[in-house]
Design a protein. Structure first.
Length: 427
């Protein structure tokens, strides 16, 4: 957007606008605006380049097989309509190996087979802010398939007898009621008794951890700091006995290593292990990532989301399943600062600019470039060092205004050069 506005302004300044010669008195102001836009464009472009890429999820990813063990339920919608819907257990195929059993979170949507899902925390799922989320996890832990003793489950619920299908239907109905307050009943009387029992008895359990995660990771943030030291730590969180640690090839080619607190290279890690990025002195600006992979059971109560919130799934059972997580490190180098410019921007007046075709602008490559180069320093103030360590930039608050300002500047230049000159200017 910024580049487009500068291009429009430059085209107008090239003389294509009518009356460009007669309106030459306005040229200095136009050139000043163009120079300001060109000076601000690199900063806006740098800010865009610094935006993180799409972040990979922590944990497992899977494809939905479909509804496997289920009965029927009757849903009464808010508009007064009544319809019968399937209610029960889905199955998922985990990427890299493993199977999951899941229930639907919302009663509004039937999850479509072959849809792709990723593991999520409650805060990034339809359960975000839902005070009943802990009770849903209790239901999952105290019903089918976690409890395979169907006779004992039926006795506790006063349901007479339960089959796998009626137990799955009753559990699903209880989850729907807690998740979104759905007015739904199981079609089978035994399943309905189980749903009522689970809803009444449900206590509250905390959110389960990710099957495999890094803190901080791609979802929660990155580690950063200056070159020549260790950036981190990144802490491994997993139920797996051991996970493999793989730095990205580009970072390894630059000499960046993933090490432990003593500086030893790390190839495997366990729950609680701390990883660091060791960045050699002289390494140019860059980004490195590390991926950990392992096999573990996905905790009951973890949510899997797709692109459709109403089709979210919650884990009721898991085999040993493949999981992965990624963390990232950034290391900015010292920025060059012109001498005498306290704010990092040199002052410039309209009178210092030449009209197009009348020689170079003072301070350009043909003017005072040697003097400007002599005043450049690579030293960084304490404030900038703190910003570098936190991954922030002193220009962050003004990036948004720069982008908008560039468009406005381009439009102003076009209007100034196209406006008819005053009568005395024509004479």
């Amino acid at each position: 957007m910024a580049a487009a506005s500068v291009a429009v302004a430059a085209a107008a300044a090239s003389g294509s606008a009518p009356g460009a010669v007669r309106g030459s008195a306005r040229r200095p102001l136009a050139v000043a605006l163009l120079t300001a836009a060109l000076a601000a464009a690199p900063a806006a472009r740098a800010a865009a380049d610094a935006d993180p890429a799409v972040r990979a999820p922590d944990g497992a990813s899977a494809v939905l097989d479909g509804l496997k063990t289920y009965g029927q339920a009757v849903l009464r919608t808010r508009d007064g309509s009544v319809r019968q819907i399937p209610a029960g257990l889905y199955e998922m195929r985990v990427d890299g190996g493993g199977m999951l059993q899941t229930y639907g979170v919302g009663a509004a949507g039937y999850a479509q087979p072959e849809a792709r899902y990723t593991e999520s925390g409650w805060g990034t799922s339809p359960l975000a802010g839902n005070g009943e989320a802990g009770r849903i996890r209790w239901v999952l832990e105290h019903s089918y398939p976690q409890l395979n003793d169907l006779a004992g489950l039926a006795k506790a619920a006063g349901a007479g007898s339960l089959t796998a299908e009626s137990a799955a239907a009753g559990t699903q109905v209880a989850i729907w009621r807690l998740a979104d307050g759905a007015q739904v009943e199981a079609a089978d009387p035994a399943a309905e008794k189980l749903a009522d029992y689970l809803q009444r008895a449900a206590g509250r359990l905390p959110e389960p951890p990710a099957s495999l995660g890094l803190d901080p990771g791609e979802v929660s943030g990155s580690v950063s700091g200056p070159v020549g030291g260790r950036l981190g730590p990144v802490t491994v969180r997993t139920g797996a006995q051991s996970v493999t640690v793989t730095p990205d090839a580009a970072a390894a080619a630059m000499g960046v290593r993933v090490v432990d607190a003593e500086g030893r290279p790390v190839a495997t890690a366990a729950n609680g292990s701390r990883l660091y990025f060791e960045v050699p002195v002289g390494t140019p600006d860059g980004v490195a990532s590390v991926t950990v992979q392992g096999s573990t059971k996905v905790p009951v109560g973890r949510v899997f989301t797709s692109g459709v919130p109403t089709q979210a799934q919650i884990v009721a059972g898991s085999s040993e399943s493949a999981a992965a997580a990624t963390a990232r490190a950034l290391w900015p180098k010292a920025r060059a600062v012109p001498s005498g410019a306290e704010s990092g921007v040199e002052a410039m007046t309209v009178g210092e600019l030449s009209a197009p075709g009348q020689g170079s602008v003072p301070g350009s490559a043909s003017g005072t470039s040697a003097g400007s180069a002599a005043g450049v320093t690579s030293e960084v103030s304490p404030q900038e060092e703190r910003l570098a360590s936190s991954g922030s930039s002193a220009a962050t608050p003004v990036i948004a205004s720069l982008a908008v300002g560039l468009v406005v500047l381009g439009g102003m230049v076009v209007l100034l050069l196209r406006k008819r000159p005053l009568e005395d200017e024509e004479n």
